[in-house]
Write a protein that binds this ligand. Structure first.
Ligand code: ZN
Length: 272
């Protein structure tokens, strides 16, 4: 039987899948468990998808929560913060509020369990929601920063989240302010801002040293996280993906789990 379409791209992709996967027909959760057991160093890379079961929508899913009817590139941009902090905080204050009562889910807990069993070296995350830290992950690199603190861009003073919330509530304009009077900026990477260099370098170093990069809940399309699977492949690591929907690296992954992220990771822990 021959396929009328497909051509070189399709067959290349199939060959790559066979080469990388080998046991495609086997239960993919068991296959991933075997890869984790045999790897010397495993590093997880997580994105918005791991927090969705905690009730935190991915801003790229339209019509959800606080991101409804706003352009993230506009309201969460460093220029918006600098030009109109009151307007910036009218949005970001709601974001703080929406994250206030959110709790880690079974997917976060599964990564904590892997770390506890010495099967996972570190978690690199794009998420700013603190849920990995609240869940108990110890080696955590937050490449987009965190809402845990906010800083004064003028004098450099840094304030804890509870303090920032009190300052936000107390200010007539709803802008949390430093002792020096300047508006505080959450220590998250806003659109238009550079990524924290030290976190980025740590993430790259961990990826270079990893035998297995376990990508969870990320479409792997946003820099810098999109770059890490490529680094992993170049340095001979194996790629595993636990994400609903396609990613640019699906053809390179030894295992791709496409189901609910919580169920997949809990099944993985049970298989180890
Ligand atoms: Zn200050």
């Amino acid at each position: 039987m021959t396929w009328p379409t497909g051509g070189a791209v399709s067959s290349t992709s199939q060959e790559r899948s066979r080469e990388a996967g080998r046991v495609r027909e086997a239960d993919p959760v068991s296959e991933l468990a075997a890869l984790i057991r045999s790897a010397g160093s495993v590093v997880a890379l997580t994105g918005a998808g791991i927090s969705v079961p905690s009730g935190i929508p991915d801003f790229r899913s339209p019509g959800t929560g606080i991101w409804e009817n706003v352009d993230p590139m506009e309201v969460a941009h460093i220029d918006a913060f600098r030009s109109d902090p009151a307007r910036f905080w009218s949005f970001y204050g709601r974001r703080f509020a929406s994250l206030r009562d959110k709790r880690p889910n079974g997917a976060h807990a599964a990564l904590v369990e892997l770390e506890r069993r010495d099967l996972l070296d570190a978690v690199i995350t794009q998420n700013i929601d603190q849920l990995h830290r609240i869940a108990g992950t110890e080696e955590l690199i937050e490449v987009h920063g965190t809402i845990a603190t906010s800083s004064c861009l003028d004098c450099g003073a840094r304030f804890e989240l509870d303090d920032v919330r009190q300052r936000l509530d107390a200010d007539a304009e709803g802008v949390p302010r430093c002792e020096c009077g300047e508006p505080l900026k959450p220590d998250v990477v806003l659109f238009g801002e550079m990524l924290p260099e030290d976190a980025l370098q740590r993430a790259q170093r961990l990826t270079i040293d990893a035998d297995l990069l376990l990508c969870v809940g990320s479409s792997l399309e946003v820099y810098p996280v999109a770059q890490l699977p490529s680094i992993a492949l170049q340095t001979g690591a194996t790629l595993a993906i636990v994400t609903q929907g396609p990613t640019p690296y699906d053809g390179d992954a030894a295992v791709k789990l496409d189901g609910d992220v919580e169920a997949e990771l809990q099944a993985l822990v049970a298989a180890l």
